[in-house]
Design a protein around this ligand. Structure first.
Ligand code: 2AM
Length: 186
């Protein structure tokens, strides 16, 4: 019998990074490290497509079935841009790396996933999709305008040929993101 806590997972869907991109980005940001706030370790870097929160086992199985049926579209190449901030650079609480070429395809992928997620019974996401790779979370907010202006665009590209279903395990220290399933693009 599974323990009751095993049957509910905290789940999100994301584009994971290739090792070359992950290590390249860590090197790219090296001169500006440590970044302000609290930075996830590079092993945790990803581009979130959809955060689902706590998901019970039957709903998780339905979600996988709907993702399996979904037309996720063709693979594509994603380029990155410069840094940005939520909600704004003068009072940043999240510092992120933006995307450039391929952003529209990434938005299309997020929309296809959203269809599958809603078919699986989740409430629709109300916030517009804003592709970003979170580099740090900043409390209290800080002005990161000069940092954003000083870091050049990150030149590597990420091949997006699959999406990953991650479990997020919270605890002391950084979250553990465990890949559970992969769905291939065409
Ligand atoms: P973000 O950092 O890319 O903005 C795993 O926790 C991922 O899910 C995080 O990287 C975060 O995305 C996103 N996430 C976590 N909690 C969330 C929430 N309550 N609402 C929306 N997205 C969330």
């Amino acid at each position: 019998m599974p323990r009751s806590e095993d049957s509910v997972r905290r789940v999100f869907l994301a584009v994971d990074l290739d090792d070359e991109v992950r290590h390249g980005l860590a090197a790219h940001l090296g001169s500006w490290s440590p970044l302000p706030g609290s930075s996830p370790p590079p092993a945790n870097w990803h581009l979130t497509l959809r955060f689902l929160g706590k998901v019970d086992e039957p709903t998780y199985e339905t979600l996988l079935a709907k993702l399996d049926e979904a037309e996720l579209g063709p693979s594509f190449s994603l380029s990155f841009g410069g840094l940005g901030a939520f909600p704004r650079a003068a009072r940043a609480t999240v510092l992120w790396l933006g995307t450039d070429a391929g952003s529209d395809a990434l938005g299309g992928l997020a929309a296809a996933i959203e269809g599958a997620v809603v078919e699986a019974g989740f409430m629709p996401e109300e916030r517009p999709f804003h592709p970003h790779l979170t580099l740090s979370r900043i409390r209290p907010p800080q002005d990161v305008q000069s940092l954003i202006e000083s870091v050049p665009s990150f030149p590597l590209r990420q091949a997006v040929d699959h999406i990953t279903v991650f479990e997020s395990i919270l605890g002391r220290g950084p979250a553990a993101y465990v890949p559970l399933e992969v769905f291939e693009l065409d």
